[in-house]
Design a protein around this ligand. Structure first.
Ligand SMILES: CCCCCCCCCCCCCCCC(=O)SCCNC(=O)CCNC(=O)[C@H](O)C(C)(C)COP(=O)(O)OP(=O)(O)OC[C@H]1O[C@@H](n2cnc3c(N)ncnc32)[C@H](O)[C@@H]1OP(=O)(O)O
Length: 208
């Protein structure tokens, strides 16, 4: 493998080596534009010539960006703690409001991209939010690097789009390598939408 190759995509986990990034100035707005594009891609009803024009522009964008594809942990996406969703398009654009040993709180809205059906959030988006919170709780509580062994979500009410939401997660108990975490997803007025419990298991040396 050449030195250039080592900068390319590498699917090995970066969790044990998580290093926050300071993103280039234009990165945050670029990510927000990409989020807007995601919202539009799942919601527009346009004539064929509009899709054809959009296809040409997206092909240009791909040509611009593809030469800079880098391995995990190198680019600013997913590591920019100051940006919504850490600058990762996979994550809903939520901001971390509290990150300490007591709990981790993140707030934000779900948007059109996260629609399931009937005007409310897709149920699959919620475990993503809980899992990410659990991962941060493990870090914030200074527990060893761990992976999710199980994750249980109770859907108490449908989760609305474009409404301020908050998730708060905390360590419930510790048993050797096991960290049990609980979290609650609420609306601004405290209305409970979902609660969850997860088991994070400390990785042993050599475990990916
Ligand atoms: C400034 C800094 C900011 C930092 C800011 C950080 C930001 C960064 C945020 C990142 C946020 C993303 C966080 C995502 C975290 C994932 O989502 S990780 C991806 C999803 N998870 C996976 O892929 C895990 C796949 N599974 C595995 O790798 C392995 O099964 C595990 C979980 C490591 C456990 O395997 P193992 O080491 O062989 O464990 P094993 O010896 O079988 O079990 C250990 C104990 O756990 C129990 N256990 C294991 N699995 C289970 C289960 N499913 N149910 C019940 N008990 C279980 C066992 O019974 C055993 O209990 P004891 O006998 O000790 O009492």
């Amino acid at each position: 493998m050449t030195e250039a190759d080592s900068e390319k995509v590498d699917l090995r986990s970066e969790i044990p080596r998580f290093k926050p990034a300071t993103p280039p100035a234009a990165f945050g707005e670029f990510v927000e534009n990409m989020r807007r594009l995601q919202d539009l891609a799942v919601s527009i009803d346009a004539p064929d010539e509009v899709y054809a024009a959009a296809q040409e522009k997206t092909a240009e964008l791909i040509e611009l960006l593809a030469p800079f594809e880098a391995r995990e942990g190198k680019g600013p996406a997913n590591r920019s703690m100051q940006l919504p969703g850490r600058g990762s398009l996979l994550m809903p654009p939520w901001k971390v409001e509290k990150f300490d040993e007591e709990s981790v709180v993140a707030t934000g809205v779900l948007r059109r991209y996260h629609l399931g059906g009937g005007g409310v959030a897709h149920g699959g988006v919620l475990p993503l939010i809980f899992d990410d919170n659990f991962g941060m709780v493990v870090y914030a509580a200074k527990r060893p690097i761990s992976r999710t062994a199980y994750l249980h979500v109770n859907y108490r009410k449908v989760t609305p789009l474009n409404v301020p939401l908050a998730i708060e997660g905390k360590v419930d108990r510790v048993d050797g390598r096991k960290t049990f975490i609980t979290a609650r997803l609420t609306e601004e007025d405290g209305t409970l939408l979902a609660d969850g419990e997860g088991l994070m298991v400390q990785l042993l040396p050599g475990q990916p």
